[in-house]
Design a protein around this ligand. Sequence first.
Ligand SMILES: CC(C)(COP(=O)(O)OP(=O)(O)OC[C@H]1O[C@@H](n2cnc3c(N)ncnc32)[C@H](O)[C@@H]1OP(=O)(O)O)[C@@H](O)C(=O)NCCC(=O)NCCS
Length: 190
Amino acid sequence: MAEAQLSEGHTVSYSQTTITELMIPAYANFGGKIHGGTLLSLMDKVAYVCASKHAGNYCVTVSVDNVHFLAPAEVGDLVSLIASVNYVGSSSIVVGIKVIAENVQTATVVHTNTSYFTMVAKGQGGEKAVVPPLILESVEDIRRFASALRRRRLRSYMTERMVEYKKDFVVDDETRAFLANERCIIRLAS
Ligand SMILES: CC(C)(COP(=O)(O)OP(=O)(O)OC[C@H]1O[C@@H](n2cnc3c(N)ncnc32)[C@H](O)[C@@H]1OP(=O)(O)O)[C@@H](O)C(=O)NCCC(=O)NCCS
């Protein structure tokens, strides 16, 4: 990507992408609903397109936040995945994806989930590439950018805490008290 484009940045609308696909019977799970993995695969595709447009480079998926399926998609639904860049770091891009499923006969639309894919831009040789800044043109753009930054900081705090927890873990009175009301039975061989 040229230096001028890198410093000027791109607006959110520059890379906004929507993929729409009809849910065919082959996408169903044993319960007859659309397989979560099918939706994740579509989300990964739309995240790739959206991030690569913004970056002007090839992008890879690094992590996914907030995969909670709030409502199932059904066979015959028209599923749309609406993706936009929420945040950019140095080489990373967070793409927010809203997934909606429309029953084409009744025109009923359900929001199945909103997830956040973190993608990293790569250069020709596979090295990390710096991405252009994001131009924020609305209060919504600013809210999404700040929210993604908060998630990033919380994730890093949580990762550090969990590494410490794993390193220092012992089954002591504190651990037993912590698990006292849980549905587990501690049966350690002495
Ligand atoms: C992702 C990858 C580039 C990270 O490489 P690295 O040398 O450890 O790089 P860094 O630690 O500097 O991370 C690069 C960026 O990713 C972000 N990142 C790294 N791990 C992350 C995670 N688990 N969640 C969110 N962001 C993450 C960093 O914050 C950093 O962002 P910034 O450049 O905007 O500050 C490297 O691990 C990789 O190529 N992984 C394989 C990805 C892939 O092939 N995915 C396809 C699906 S299998």
